[in-house]
Write a protein that binds this ligand. Structure first.
Ligand code: SF4
Length: 398
């Protein structure tokens, strides 16, 4: 995934889906819905002269509405949902003492890498779909039929992602129901900026607007998904409270923050020491996973993101030209949003609580399994002699 940002082949393989989104917005028979990933809101301003890390959420929402999207929703909502499912799955595996460590599964470049490189360990990635896909599934299978009374196939879901690999993820056939894919089209932060410019809108001068509800509500735990360590921190906030039945007063797991390629920490949860690890880049992932394969790993949870620093540095973001200060400012923006929110634990999101009460039932239950979980494939035969580098290129061109 990060290949596009750091290697010249990115320029040759970059796909542009802007016209498809314009065409979808013109279709009268489709309800076009958009979701935006956390990392986009702290980077898109750079395309309009704002500082890296400037929090542009409200202006971005206003721009999306002006472009003609019927509902402007937030991938963050689904990030909170992912945490409820993934924390439940982790607790389940911990109790059984099986299939540990659990590996995060929200980065498609990483998921692809596991399928090619560690097909013997496919019991380890969380079966949770990524937030992009959970969002699409809930939009089409809940919001469409139950809230606005349309068929799933009459809804067109666009995602705005910091990522080029998300384009490939949304085309994976198993990520949908009855031949209706969860997400129809994924565009990058740069492509959204292009659309806004084509429409003659100056994002920096727009008045702030709010996401639509209910799929626009989120907690601070969701915002930090965009920085390395954030998914793990968000999962710990929920797992801790669920296992101990106590309120976690200090929700900041600062040990897993920052830009080192491999970070680790130990957290006491009701007398059990939970060892966690965070790796970013596929090279670091390989180091951690080789230990797991060899049976030498002490970890219970491992978060892996393909891009160095996580999605804030994604290949679909405004170019940073190797300037890591830009990446750090974007990450700081996300931690600022988290810190400024009243609700910072995914399981306290009232829209998520209502979704389980009205529709999903229990986290990790039957309906959740059908709509929010997936499975993986052994792809080792496809690229039998692949290296990390060739896989990254394969990912970008897939
Ligand atoms: Fe995409 Fe990079 Fe984020 Fe992975 S870490 S989801 S490749 S932006």
């Amino acid at each position: 995934g990060q290949c596009i940002a750091v290697c010249p082949t990115g320029a040759l393989t970059e796909v542009n889906n802007v016209n498809q989104v314009w065409n979808a917005l013109d279709k009268k028979d489709k309800t076009v819905v958009v979701q935006v990933a956390p990392a986009v809101r702290v980077a898109i301003g750079e395309e309009f002269g704002l500082e890296a890390g400037a929090i542009s959420t409200g202006k971005m929402v206003a721009a999306l509405r002006a472009l003609g999207f019927k509902y402007v929703f937030d991938t963050n909502f689904a990030a909170d949902l992912t945490i409820l499912e993934e924390a439940s799955e982790f607790i389940h595996r911990l109790k059984e003492g099986k299939n540990l460590p659990i590996l995060t599964s929200c980065c498609p470049a990483w998921v692809n890498f596991v399928e090619y490189t560690y097909p013997d360990l496919l019991n380890l990635p969380s079966s949770c779909k990524s937030p992009q896909e959970m969002f699409g599934s809930i939009a089409k299978n809940y919001f469409a039929p139950r809230v606005i009374n349309i068929k799933p196939e009459d809804m067109y879901v666009v995602s705005v992602m910091p990522c080029v690999a998300k384009k490939y993820e949304c085309s994976r056939e198993e990520l949908g129901q009855d031949d209706v894919l969860d997400v129809d089209m994924s565009i990058t932060t740069r492509e959204l900026a292009k659309m806004i410019k084509e429409a003659g809108i100056d994002l920096s001068n727009l008045k702030d607007e709010c996401f639509d509800i209910p799929l626009g509500e989120s907690t601070g735990a969701a915002d930090i998904f965009g920085a390395t360590g954030g998914v793990l921190e968000a999962a710990l906030r929920t797992a801790y409270e669920w296992v101990t039945d106590e309120t976690l007063d200090n929700v900041n797991f600062t040990q897993v923050r920052g830009f080192e390629g491999i970070k680790e920490a130990s957290v006491d949860i009701a007398g059990t020491t939970v060892n966690v690890c965070v790796a970013s880049t596929l090279g670091n992932a390989r180091k951690v996973m080789d230990e797991v394969r060899a049976g030498n790993s002490k970890y219970h949870i491992i978060e892996i993101m393909a891009c160095p620093g996580g999605c804030v540095a994604g290949g679909g973001q405004p170019y940073h030209h190797g300037d890591y200060d830009i990446i750090k400012k974007r990450a700081a923006g996300l931690y600022n949003i988290d810190g400024s929110k009243q609700l910072r634990k995914s399981h306290t999101n009232p829209a998520i609580v209502a979704l389980y009460n009205d529709f999903l039932g229990e986290p990790y239950g039957e309906v959740a399994h059908k709509l929010l979980h997936t499975h993986y494939f052994d792809k080792s035969k496809v690229y039998a002699n692949a290296t990390t580098e060739t896989l990254e290129v394969a990912e970008v061109t897939a």
